[in-house]
Design a protein around this ligand. Structure first.
Ligand SMILES: [Zn+2]
Length: 69
């Protein structure tokens, strides 16, 4: 069991411990799975980014989201 402070959260995917120091201190874990914000009123944001980060821009395939230029 990891001993976390009130402003910390740990990502179950990559094991990063994130610390948000203030209201607008958004911290994203190294794998992009979660983010924390809001310091001691910790808000945990579960991101829908795939758990693997690549250099490809095709990771939005599932959402049928298309940017037209
Ligand atoms: Zn992570």
């Amino acid at each position: 069991m990891v001993n976390l402070k009130a402003n910390q959260a740990m990502c179950n995917n990559c094991g990063n411990t994130l610390t948000s120091h203030s209201q607008y201190d958004l911290q994203v874990c190294q794998c992009g799975f979660i983010a924390v914000d809001d310091g001691l009123n910790l808000r945990i944001i579960e991101l829908t980014i795939p758990s693997v980060i690549t250099n490809s821009l095709s990771s939005c395939d599932k959402s049928n989201f298309t940017i037209m230029f």
